[in-house]
Write a protein that binds this ligand. Structure first.
Ligand code: SAH
Ligand code: SF4
Ligand code: F3S
Length: 436
């Protein structure tokens, strides 16, 4: 038998791309590819790309440029672009960078084995359709190989919200939910292979409607699976946080007390211009309700500064909202103009002004994150151990609040779930000792 072909996948962007990269590797595994960590020894290189901000999209072209010498040396090397840039730019990618053999959009990954055949025959392939058939029904079954204790599981794709700044509704298409039965099968299979924590993924995961009781219904059904200890979900939209989901945060022991709930801005005027369809006040009241259900919830969010029309007063409203809500973690971005989105047509904010606001917001958010980390010292948390730590003898895992925790690892195995007393905090991780 000839040696298996080697596949190198590089993933950019959100967790949904991480999940997709796994599924692509599995699909190509069915036609003889094994994954490698080294692009130099690969027979196929796939870049799974992100289009959310200009910088993310441009990275792809610099990466492709860097692959030129490799392709010159190995003419049989196949280079593919998948993900959201593939969907957004399609044939333009091959025009701009002719070394690209394959452009495949997120809805067509189940067709990769067929595409690999065409590539082997020397053809160039472009597939950015939104096919009729369900990708998930046609993707290769997940192999039985063992795996780490945590996994992503995509349950919902696409977005119907059309925030004025965002490309996702265009790159990922309309909202689609996978049927609960299919999700539960995949979850059981993951648990059999050693997974103890599942993060449910969707661009708007709380708009999930593949279960008659929505995302809360799915979470309760997953909680029945023996051996599955922890459930998380991301990313949510404030307008889809229904009563049942809020209640689950208080009542479902396996649902972790961490919630990523982006608000983007604290100014009603900007929220309206962004087409977010809620006010700052409504968001703050919603957070109060969720915290009433789960008082120790650690909240995370996303913010955009410098959206077209944002004044200093609007920005101050965002700062005020952050002070009022208090985030344990957050992501903040300077607005990036995305071609084809409504906000791209509006007069843009001066870049220096936007950078200055981003700095001020990030200083406040880092301060809150530091305080949240510090507040953990002396508390007991539960830690799911995922890997060896950076220092010899250390083990590393995540608390229920998704904070990284390091301990001296004597007698701890990957996949263990243990109580840990937190003894010290750093900006990005906690250290502690395991309680016997
Ligand atoms: N569905 C998720 C967001 C997905 S994109 C949600 O609605 O929360 C992740 C984050 O990227 C967004 O929350 C937003 O903060 C940021 N983002 C999206 N488009 C952007 C743009 N054009 N410029 C800057 N940041 C953007
Ligand atoms: Fe983008 Fe808004 Fe949809 Fe989130 S809800 S993916 S920000 S359009
Ligand atoms: Fe990026 Fe696409 Fe995810 S644009 S953030 S990879 S949905």
């Amino acid at each position: 038998m000839s040696d298996p072909k080697k596949l190198f996948v590089k993933t950019y962007g959100c967790q949904m791309n991480v999940y997709d990269s796994e599924r692509m590797s599995e699909a190509l595994g069915g036609v003889g590819y094994v994954t490698t960590d080294s692009p130099d020894e690969a027979d196929m290189i796939l870049l799974n790309t992100c289009h959310i901000r200009e910088k993310a999209a441009e990275k792809v072209y610099s990466e492709l440029g860097r692959l030129k010498p490799l392709k010159a040396e190995k003419p049989d090397l196949k280079i593919g672009v998948a993900g959201c840039v593939a969907q957004a730019e399609g044939a333009e990618i091959q025009r701009r960078q002719p070394l690209v053999d394959l452009v495949v959009g997120p809805q067509s990954y189940h067709r990769l084995p067929k595409m690999a055949e065409s590539l082997a025959e020397g053809a160039k392939v472009l597939d950015t359709e939104f096919p009729e058939e369900d990708k998930f029904d046609h993707l290769a079954r997940r192999p039985k190989a063992g795996r780490g204790p945590t996994a992503f599981l995509t349950v919902q794709e696409g977005c119907d919200k059309f925030c004025a700044f965002c490309v996702v509704p265009y790159t990922r298409g309309a909202e689609v939910s996978r049927p609960a039965g299919q999700v539960l099968d995949e979850a059981r299979d993951l648990v059999e292979r050693g997974v103890r924590e599942i993060t449910l993924l969707g661009q708007n995961v709380n708009a999930y409607h593949g279960h008659e009781d929505g995302l809360a219904g799915l979470i309760w059904a997953l909680a029945e699976i023996d051996g599955l200890e922890r459930i998380r979900f991301t990313t949510s939209h404030p307008n889809d946080m229904d009563d049942a989901l809020i209640a689950a945060h208080g009542e479902c022991g396996k649902l972790m007390p961490y919630l990523h709930l982006p608000v983007q801005s604290g100014s009603d005027r900007i929220l309206k211009a962004m087409n977010r369809k809620h006010t700052a006040e409504q968001y703050v009241r919603l957070i109060e309700r969720i915290r009433a259900a789960r008082p120790d919830l650690l909240l995370s969010g996303d913010f955009i500064v410098g959206f077209p029309g944002e004044t200093e007063a609007d920005f101050e409203d965002t700062m005020a909202l952050v002070r009022e809500v208090g985030y344990g973690q957050a992501y903040s971005f300077k607005y990036s103009t995305r071609p084809g989105t409504p906000a791209a047509e509006k007069p843009q904010i001066d870049d220096g002004v936007a950078s200055d606001r981003l700095q001020r917001l990030q200083a406040l958010l880092s301060e809150q994150q530091r305080a949240a980390q510090e507040a953990m010292v002396g508390r007991d948390v539960s830690v799911l151990f995922e890997r060896a730590g950076r220092m010899p003898g250390q083990m590393a895992g995540k608390s229920e609040y998704l904070q990284a925790v390091h301990v001296e690892g004597d007698g701890i195995a990957i996949g263990d779930l243990r109580r840990v007393r937190v003894t010290a905090s750093g900006p990005n991780s906690l250290s502690g000792s395991v309680l016997r």
